[in-house]
Design a protein around this ligand. Structure first.
Ligand code: 5GP
Length: 207
């Protein structure tokens, strides 16, 4: 039985093409798993209808974002379709140090930066059951013009080339199944010896 809280949280990176259903999977994970913090990114893109500042993103100006880059305040950042997106270093560090797991929803360039700065991070790529299904999901959203949808499908093809840099792949056919697979990955990662060494003291002093 685990008596001691873990010393350090686990950094989990989720990536996947637009339309794959990452936000829904993340919402399911957040409701199922304790001790898990979702990192709200900073972005220079405009809020979409229904998005709230500080909830979906921290929406900032380009000047503010560039100031954060200069002061080294970001764990990683990337430019994606003309806008900056980045992750606050301090927020992540504080949570991990407090033993809380942190979930990042970031694209492939950012994931590569996290991999080089934090080799112990767990990288998970979410794919749809097929490209046809991804296309159907993007059309079903009915928020974008055909050329935007085609652009997203093309971007997805480019993103797929980065899949080998990821530790795990999860197919999002059914949200509850995808979330359950991610929970299993997180549980397995918690069981790694390096993440459990703090329990050894307890065991060796047990009589
Ligand atoms: P969207 O504009 O559709 O919300 O996001 C576009 C892309 O930016 C998504 O692939 C999302 O995962 C990625 N993204 C969101 N936040 C960050 C971040 O902090 N850093 C990086 N590198 N990508 C991010």
């Amino acid at each position: 039985m685990i008596r001691k809280k873990k010393n350090k949280g686990q950094l989990i990176v989720l990536s996947g093409p637009s339309g794959v259903g990452k936000s829904t999977v993340i919402a399911e994970l957040m409701s199922e798993r304790d001790n898990l913090f979702f990192s709200v990114s900073f972005t220079t893109r405009q809020p979409r209808v229904g998005e709230a500042d500080g909830v979906n993103y921290n929406f900032v100006s380009r000047d503010t974002f560039e100031g954060m880059i200069e002061r080294g305040e970001l764990l990683e950042y990337a430019e994606y379709v003309g806008n900056y997106y980045g992750t606050s270093l301090k927020v992540i560090q504080d949570k991990l140090d407090a033993g809380i797991d942190v979930l990042l929803d970031i694209e492939v360039q950012g994931a590569a930066k996290v991999r080089s700065k934090c080799p112990e991070a767990v990288l998970i790529f979410i794919i749809p059951p097929s490209f046809e299904e991804l296309s159907r999901r993007l059309h079903r959203r009915a928020t974008d013009q055909e050329d935007v949808i085609q652009g997203r499908l093309q971007k997805a093809r480019e993103e797929y080339r980065h899949i080998p840099q990821y530790d795990y792949m999860v197919v999002n056919d059914k949200v509850s199944d995808a979330a359950a697979e991610i929970v299993s990955i997180m549980t397995a990662e918690d069981c790694r010896t390096r993440n459990r060494l703090h329990l050894v003291d307890d065991v060796s002093t047990d009589r």
